[in-house]
Design a protein around this ligand. Structure first.
Ligand code: ACO
Length: 328
């Protein structure tokens, strides 16, 4: 029976690399603190490119690897918290224009770092219902444009990049299950407070830097570890899959300590875990597809590999997915 499958993956990172030593010159921090608390060594920063440029380059690669033409894509969905424009046009529409498409469903979603898991759920529903044939999903972020470069509590964490995948019906190597969830009561712990309807843009919101990301890191950390561990245990149990059967565990790359905590609770080996946080930092909705692409390009991810994905982010939102890779 045909079901939804991830038939390709692509990614793009901007060229410029910002090191921890560069950050030592910008805020009161140290390479030692950043590495010990987060596992991050470097992050890539987009200079002249905007979010849709990053998303377009990842999307183009994913479409080519799927052996499709852009015109075969009948829906483009982009997850981003750093869109080209605050309200409109959507970043997905901007990417569709770069791909040369003028008659395609295109929209953005906002689920912060869990964006790619939400995209998988939406794309699976669209293709399995028969409403769409080839859905292009993209996580694209220029987080450097919403980062307060004077706040050492956040600026050391984030980077820019994009990842994309094509979801289509296939006989085998399906998306087995996707779980998404949220708890809006904790929204203020990770928030961009300014420039929306609560605090419309004014000189005051700009002076108070309310348009940048604000995070109560330590409180987010504790909720993230517990929520992710329970979520991943649930999805494995629901599908009768043991952690030892997972070929690759590809978590959202926010913090090495969060990943290690979940890895240990599940008894996953280092060989099963894909880690890109050291070189890319936290790229929010782009981090999982960028990590899937890394595993693909290094030869670790093969056709039929069983992947376990998990993510936690602003909202709060979280989710996990179990899938066999359908790309070649
Ligand atoms: N350099 C040096 N010292 C620092 C830095 C820095 N860059 N940042 C904070 N500190 C200091 C703090 O001021 C504090 O000092 P104090 O003890 O004198 O008060 C001390 O280091 C410890 O600060 P904590 O915030 O408690 O440090 P923690 O170990 O929690 O690490 C971090 C902070 C890395 C942010 C961690 O809490 C974290 O990763 N949180 C979760 C992030 C996450 O998963 N977010 C969700 C996804 S993101 C999204 O959705 C967009």
């Amino acid at each position: 029976m045909k079901k939804a499958s991830m038939i390709s993956i692509g990614a793009y990172v901007p060229e410029f690399i910002l090191t921890n030593h560069d950050l030592e010159k910008m805020v009161e921090t140290s390479d030692e603190w950043i590495v010990k608390r987060t596992g991050i060594h470097t992050r890539h920063i987009a200079k002249d490119e905007v979010t849709s440029d990053l998303g377009y380059k990842a999307a183009k690669q994913a479409i080519e690897r799927a052996k499709l033409a852009p015109s075969d894509i009948d829906a483009i969905i982009c997850a981003t918290i750093s869109p080209d424009y605050l309200c409109m046009p959507s970043t997905a529409c901007r990417i569709s224009n770069l791909l040369g498409l003028t008659n395609v469903t295109a929209f953005d979603i906002s689920a912060a770092c869990t964006g790619f898991i939400y995209l998988l759920e939406i794309a699976k529903s669209l293709v399995e219902s028969g409403m769409k044939k080839n859905v292009l999903i993209i996580g694209a972020e220029k987080l450097s444009s919403i980062t307060n470069w004077e706040d050492r509590g956040t600026c050391v964490l984030f980077g820019d990049g994009a990842g994309a995948a094509v979801i289509s019906l296939r006989e085998d190597n399906h998306i087995i299950d996707v779980h998404t969830s949220s708890d809006g009561s904790k929204g203020e712990l990770l928030i961009t407070p300014g420039c929306g309807s609560v605090n419309p843009m004014s000189q005051d919101t700009l002076d108070k830097k309310l348009h940048f990301m604000h995070m109560a890191g330590n409180e987010v950390f504790k909720v993230a570890v517990n929520t992710l561990t329970n979520d991943v245990i649930d999805i494995l149990a629901k599908n009768g899959i043991l952690s030892s059967q997972i070929d690759l565990f590809i978590p959202h790359q926010a913090n090495l300590r969060i990943i290690n905590a979940v890895q240990q609770k599940l008894g996953l080996s280092d060989e099963q875990c894909v880690l890109t946080v050291a070189k890319y930092g936290n790229t929010s909705s782009a981090s999982i597809p960028m990590a899937i692409n890394d595993a693909f390009e290094s030869g670790r991810l093969k056709n039929g590999s069983l992947m376990l994905l998990d993510a936690f982010g602003g909202g709060f939102t979280w989710g996990s997915a179990l899938l066999k890779f359908g790309g070649k």
